[in-house]
Design a protein around this ligand. Sequence first.
Ligand SMILES: N[C@@H](CCC[C@H](N)C(=O)O)C(=O)O
Length: 289
Amino acid sequence: MKVPFTKMHGLGNNYIYIDLFQVELKEEGIPDLARKVSDIHTGIGSDGLILIHPSEVADVGMRIFNKDGSEAKSCGNGLRCVAKYAFEHDIVNQNRFKIETRANIVEAKVLADSGAVREITVNMGEPVLKRSLIPMTGNDTPEVVAERFDAADSVLELTAVSMGNPHAVFFVEDIDKAPLYELGPVIESDARFPDGVNVEFIEVVSPKELNFRVWERGSGVTQACGTGACAAVVAAVLNGKVARGNAFTVHLAGGDLRIEWSKDGNVWMTGGAEVIAAGEFYYDQVRTG
Ligand SMILES: N[C@@H](CCC[C@H](N)C(=O)O)C(=O)O
């Protein structure tokens, strides 16, 4: 079976996109397909797989599978790429439209120049802060902010935010010394997060600027995480490190995002999306070790 694909990235967070307006996939084969396309040696190489699909409740739908085949409920960088694809492939014919994710329905606005999308703003909706909804174990609390969190031999302070998917945010003095590879995998699968968690280290650079590094659930270190950047800004506000309502520049390994947690409760994300390649994936012929 030859599966048509497009590879796109948002700040280096790259996924293989399959357009289900054009092809059909068997549900039970999707996790395996995600693992196969993502493999750098025997596949195309990516942080995971994103499906662009017809929606009954929005203009277009998106599903995201991590590199390990697990399905997540949202993906910020993926949403900007889906918005670009939907606009440039005439799936939508206006520059403001709705995208369904497994977590919520978001609104995207594209800025286009001669039909080519240059920048996308997405209203990511309101962050979820209640402990049981992150989800985290323990007696329920309305928020998890600056809570002592022991991991391996380290004592950290955790702020937990869900942007449709769970994020564990930790503040550091120097982003270059963030223990990403040491603690990322340990915290990702810590039993206090029954669904696992994305792990972010944040340095507050100025009242409107954050440095950011991520270990993603199901994919490991990536160049960027859009939902993670939203969670980082929310966590910085909740910890009193910055003021709500400001537009922040978040510096990720792959580039910058603009994020605002507005007074009405919604988190807005603005940034780019790029097409890398398009082609056919020879699914049946791929043999993995
Ligand atoms: N890179 C994404 C998030 C992808 C899903 C995540 N790894 C999870 O399992 O929740 C983003 O840009 O938000």
